[in-house]
Design a protein around this ligand. Sequence first.
Ligand code: ZN
Length: 203
Amino acid sequence: MKIIAIGRNYAEHAKELHNEIPTEPVLFMKPETAVIPKNFPFYIPSFSNEIHYETELVLKICKLGKNISERFASSYFEEITVGLDFTARDIQKKCKDTGLPWEKAKAFDGSAMIGKFINKKSIPDLKNIHFHLNIKGDLKQKGNSADMLLSFEKIISHASTYFTLKQGDMIFTGTPAGVGPVKEGDVLDGFIEEQQLFSLRVL
Ligand code: ZN
């Protein structure tokens, strides 16, 4: 299983990190070992002083595909959830400044929280999905799939040009604005509409 993630897929988030809006989608990956096991907390790694949450809609790929055209892309996922793309922002900044790859900042153990999947048919309009993150009960980040620069179909099509998609692969579809740091003792709760799909302690 692999995780493919897209960067800068919401204009307001690209702005808050002073990034250009890309003309070509920014893709990166996380390995299977990045996924936080069920009922485990998130442990803040010792190598970073600035771990950020990024709340994102996550798709689960349901069949094998390569060079998938946009018009068939929606048949490649049946389930969706909300997740966290944990990012060591201090390390990512160093990587960006020196033009180095992002893995240490994005693909470390525990860097992927994936909520409980729900069938996409239970969502009335996939182009208008509200999702949000609460920390200790306070709203910290919210987004809507309507604001994505690239649709789910475009992401799947583009990613499959480079990487064969396999059943069980996950696609993180980008974070809206409002990213921020986590600290020990936080409890992070993720929602699609009013449905809670994960609760995660930070230690
Ligand atoms: Zn992200």
